[in-house]
Ligand binder design. Structure first.
Ligand code: URA
Length: 425
């Protein structure tokens, strides 16, 4: 077998054989296939797609490239959530302790932000002292003692995906359904969770801009999970508008703590509770009541123990950016659109995100949203507050936000589109 024949086959729209797929993933993991060859293959897949059989074999080969974790020794069922990524998507922060408070174990292996979407680990690192890197033994200890853990995936989990994802990121091949589905599901299946709930985003701030593509991605991932014995369901959710009222690391932690305290924005609470119900159902705990666990403080209690177990101080002041700039409404009316991509781009330019993997992020940077679709504003009232330590970025952020919102006269009958668009599984 050789890389060139595999690349040619996909270039010429042929279906790859199982042997070709197993060989190329294994050879790439061992460094026998070069990055430029894998990049050419990724572009051929991007352009010509894959059949379900190819996606399934590709996923299995990526799982086999590394270790598989096993939570069988825990005394409670495991459930995990994965979001395909969006703007202001802080849901993992309240969700993991909430589901743990309801009786499941939540091993939440999470990632960092890249481009306009934020990353859960970057957000939590704004909590003074909190550590994202845990050994497998440490992760197990936190999971057993607290019920939920949020940490970086170890080097041994689906190493083929680690290399391939970094390569796709710099070769314009991220937005490919077969490559996204196999990337996400290889990590989740290797992680060993018994139940998985996918939050598949559709809209301007998501990888999948339209709901039909997102639905197909969701169906593919549900099928992959089910085939590997993981009880998998997906919610299709809106990402035309940012989630909640903040986009940025410490800003989002603050908002998540509000949700755990029984408050917070209605959309963040709605999605957190809906995903919690799905996770508990899939884990075999359908009678648990996540709304009650938010209201009675038990989810907050798990959050505090989880942060402490990972070296953080749940009572510490969260960092605040040195400079703020307020963007005001140009006229009175009702907000009918607030573009998620533009807000994500602005937060990124203010310093909340990174352009390259090794870049640092600013803990306090980001965008605070004062008016969301459906809210009434008067001329001159604050719409957004921009936060940064580097005020020279205000102009770039404001340029990103040009045309990002629309206002209509009050009484125009505008109704925001629902947050949860569909359920697959
Ligand atoms: N998240 C992943 O883990 N992989 C992708 O390909 C896209 C999003």
């Amino acid at each position: 077998m050789d890389a060139i024949s595999v690349i040619r086959a996909k270039r010429d729209r042929q279906e790859l054989t199982g042997e070709q797929i197993d060989w190329i993933i294994d050879a790439y993991t061992r460094g026998v296939v070069a990055d430029e060859q894998m990049a050419a293959l990724a572009m051929a897949v991007y352009l010509n797609g894959m059949t379900r059989a190819e996606i399934s074999r590709w996923t299995a080969a990526m799982i086999a490239s590394g270790e598989r974790m096993d939570f069988g020794a825990l005394d409670r069922p495991t459930a995990d959530k994965h979001s395909t990524g969006g703007v202001g998507d802080k849901i993992t922060l309240p969700l993991a302790p909430l589901v743990a408070a309801c009786g499941a174990a939540v091993p939440q292996l999470s990632g960092r932000g890249l481009g306009h979407t934020g990353g859960t680990l970057d957000k939590l690192e704004s909590v003074p002292g909190w550590r994202a890197s845990l050994s497998n033994a440490e992760m197990m200890d936190v999971l057993r003692d607290v019920g939920s853990v949020v940490c970086a995936a170890g080097e041994g989990l689906a190493p083929a995906d680690k290399r391939l994802y970094a390569l796709r990121d710099v070769t314009g091949t991220v937005e490919s359904l077969p490559l996204i589905a196999s990337s996400i599901m290889s990590k989740k299946i290797a992680e060993g969770t018994g139940a998985l709930v996918l939050d598949v985003k559709a809209g301007s701030g998501a990888f999948m801009k339209n709901a039909d593509d997102a639905r197909e991605l969701a169906a593919t991932m549900v099928e992959l999970g089910t085939d590997h014995g993981v009880r998998t369901v997906a919610l299709l959710t809106d990402m035309d508008t940012p989630l909640g009222r903040t986009a940025g690391n410490a800003l989002e932690v603050r908002e998540s703590v509000e949700v755990l305290a029984g408050g917070g924005p209605a959309d963040v609470v709605e999605l957190t509770v809906a995903l919690a119900r799905e996770m508990l159902d899939a884990a075999g705990l359908p009678d648990a009541d996540p709304a009650k666990a938010l209201a009675d403080g038990s989810a907050m209690d798990v959050w505090r123990r989880m942060i402490t177990a990972q070296g953080g101080d749940p009572d510490a002041q969260l960092p605040r950016a040195r400079e703020q700039h307020v963007v005001t409404a140009p006229a009175s009316g009702v907000v009918t659109r607030l573009d998620a991509y533009a807000v994500g781009l602005a937060a990124w330019r203010l310093g909340a995100g990174r352009a390259r993997k090794e870049d640092p992020v600013q803990a306090g940077a980001g965008v605070e949203i004062h008016a969301r679709p459906g809210d009434h504003v008067t001329a001159g009232a604050p719409l957004l507050t921009l936060h940064t330590d580097t005020p020279d970025t205000f102009a770039y952020a404001q340029a990103a936000l040009e045309g990002a919102w629309e206002l209509a006269p009050a009484g125009s009958g505008f109704r925001p589109r629902p947050l949860i668009l569909d359920r697959i599984g």
